[in-house]
Design a protein around this ligand. Sequence first.
Ligand code: FE2
Length: 346
Amino acid sequence: MIFEAVATGGCRSYLIGCEETCAAALIDPELSQIDRYIALAARDGLRIRYLIDTHTHADHFSATQQLARQLHVPVVMHSASPAPFIDLRLRGGELLVVGRLRLQALHTPGHTRDSMCLCIEDRVFTGDTLLIGATGRTDLPSGDAAALYESLFEGVLKLDPALKVFPAHEYKGRSHSTIGQELTENPRLQKRDRDTFIEMMQSLNLTMPTHVTEALRTNMSGGKTVAQMLSEAAAIVPFMSLGELKMCLESGKDDLAVLDVRERDAFEEGHIPGARLLPRGQLELRVNQELTDPTRRILAYCEFGRVSTLATATLRQMGFQGAVALDGGMKAWREAGYAVKAGKEP
Ligand SMILES: [Fe+2]
């Protein structure tokens, strides 16, 4: 078996491949690491056949849907998953065939209703059901401490004690443990009475993970993250540096239309001299009156350079092929000490 682990902060993804057939499965991929997974598979001579999420993640952005589009392979989750874009829904006990390898799903609700663990040869991918020295939390949507108790003590922990445990999270840099080790050393598993375990899980008082609402929204619906919207816009937009814009304005040669896409009060407080105000929220509706020449060179800027990237992508989609975005924003322009004009539009 070919095996790769990828750490993204505290999140872990795993690539497992069959040496004989080159077929592979990718478990719990994260959106920011898409190029890395594809590169690792290529380096190892593997072709990814399945994209698997062990559960609906609340703390990272799953890459399964985007990779499925790129690789034309199915997204796999447990049948209880709410996401509408899943191609293959597994039930407990079912197998995925990955070349000569067999990946067996074990339904382990508790951390979420759709949690599953995946067993293959000498190891088990435990998702957020069982972590090294901890368990998944049960206070997020569809979490259930009683269900986690059953999944652990009647399920995962009854597996072969020699099985290696590879969790979806690890914050201390350990690569794995074993079922036997967790049984003896995991502090959360030492109180084996059902009610005591449930009470302990319910009184953990953990802080909410960052981006929890955005992660749940996008992972459950297949919708896009803010970072994805921005990177998709940036990919179809050329940028102009602050220095280039300054030179352009000073030379007075280039017939450049400079658009400030912030709100009126920000514009009046201080804008790039010569800029005109066209707030992002009114862009599509006012653009025909404001920009009559679709071939004209247009530069859009905002405060930080993000909204202007979206605005420029919109302008390009509308046919303004000369639209560029400022690399940076009004904040960077001010900090560079370049000229700022206050007051209303002329
Ligand atoms: Fe999780």
